[in-house]
Write a protein that binds this ligand. Structure first.
Ligand code: ADP
Ligand code: ZN
Length: 359
């Protein structure tokens, strides 16, 4: 088992990564938390494969578990669903020492964390992420939220879990398209912070896609460590944490314009990373290899490259984004593989030039 510590003074916690962790979840958890009333939140896809393994392991260790299963999908991440979960909390008589367990992908993690953060002003919760995206990104760092008709993740908070348990075996049932979309965030970590991780993905892509345990452990643990380090330095995204948004500025715009229906998050981010690299080249910050190496990996993953969207539409959406500060866009731009800068020097003219050129 690999353990990564996230140091956030009073809110510090461990991320445990291993195979076969789900069966032992109760035994591991009981070392950190006295058995208590527990609401296990998952979605219907995940319940089918892992619901009983997790609830039985918790029950064996005297956790009084009630399972609630949501309809899968981002559309469920609403205040209405949160309300149903609050009802379940009351119904199962949870109090401030109880526990919420999030078993699932990013959707389950975000909404469970949101309910944990707000029920009785905050009760303990743990994350058991089952999608690669959730394992390397959304389960760590304490961003919890639900969506609002005016925008994704607009109602939320920073609320850290008590622990994160990552069982690499769960990826065996994850649809391949979801795995590949999650890998984009891993590639992102390579570009922003770790040239060696990037090279490892280039060399070991086959093993990763075959779900070789050592390869998975390496990419997941390295990604978690990078995210932990960034969050430790800047928990509330005042500055440094923004580097995690590499590829996300244009990525989000693409998701917004297409109503979050055409692309998975990782697919939109992959396109966003390539455009960000192009911008960096255009501004003389880096050379072509930074773009070419990312392009080559993204092509090998079979990810879409063309959006068919009008550049004007993307630019308009970019300026409407919540991250625009005093009319200037903030971009994360690579200077080499493993290093990025935060820039507010990207002009509308550069954007039009870049977006008009096919990838
Ligand atoms: P993400 O994790 O990408 O933020 P979701 O929470 O919507 O987004 O998860 C993506 C999809 O994958 C959902 O349909 C979810 O039910 C499914 N899923 C997540 N983890 C697994 C898994 N380990 N096995 C099978 N399906 C999974
Ligand atoms: Zn992302």
């Amino acid at each position: 088992m690999k353990t990564i510590r996230v140091n956030l003074s009073d809110n510090s916690y461990n991320i445990y990564i291993d195979e076969g962790l789900l069966e032992k979840i109760g035994d591991t958890l009981v070392k950190e938390k006295t058995p208590c009333k527990t609401l296990l939140i998952t979605d219907k896809n995940i319940e089918k494969v892992y619901g009983s393994i997790v609830s039985e392991s918790l029950l064996r260790n005297k956790f009084d578990v009630r399972l609630v299963s949501l309809t899968p999908g981002e559309e469920q991440k609403t205040l209405e669903t949160a309300f149903i979960l609050y009802d379940a909390c009351f119904d199962h008589k949870l109090d401030r020492n109880s526990l919420i367990v999030a078993l699932g992908g990013g959707v389950v993690g975000d909404i469970s964390g949101f309910v944990a953060a707000t029920f009785m002003r905050g009760i303990p919760f743990i994350q058991i992420p089952t999608s690669l995206l959730a394992q390397v990104d959304s389960s760590i760092g304490g961003k919890v939220a639900v969506n609002h008709p005016k925008g994704k993740n607009m109602i939320g908070s920073f609320y850290q879990p008590r622990a994160v348990f990552i069982d690499t075996d769960t990826l065996a049932t994850l649809p391949a398209t979801e795995l590949v979309a999650g890998l984009v965030e891993v590639i992102k970590y390579g570009v922003i912070k770790d040239a060696e991780l990037f090279e490892f993905i280039e060399k070991s892509l086959y093993d990763i896609l075959q779900l070789n345990h050592d390869a998975l452990l390496k990419i997941i643990a390295t990604s978690c460590q990078i995210k932990a380090n960034v969050v430790e330095e800047d928990e509330k995204e005042k500055h440094l944490r923004a580097i995690l948004n590499y590829g996300h500025t244009i990525g989000h715009a693409i998701e917004t314009v297409t109503n979050y229906k055409k692309y998975r998050h990782g697919e939109a981010v992959a396109i966003g990373m390539l455009y960000a690299a192009r911008i960096a080249i255009d501004m003389g910050l880096t050379d072509n290899t930074v773009f070419e190496r990312q392009l080559s990996l993204i092509k090998r993953l079979g990810l879409p490259l063309q959006t068919g969207l009008k550049p004007e539409e993307i630019v308009k959406t970019l300026y409407a984004d919540k991250k625009v500060i005093s009319g200037r866009l903030r971009f994360i731009l690579p200077t080499q593989i493993g290093e990025v800068i935060i820039s507010d020097q990207v002009t509308e003219e550069i954007l039009h030039r870049i977006l008009n050129k096919p990838l």
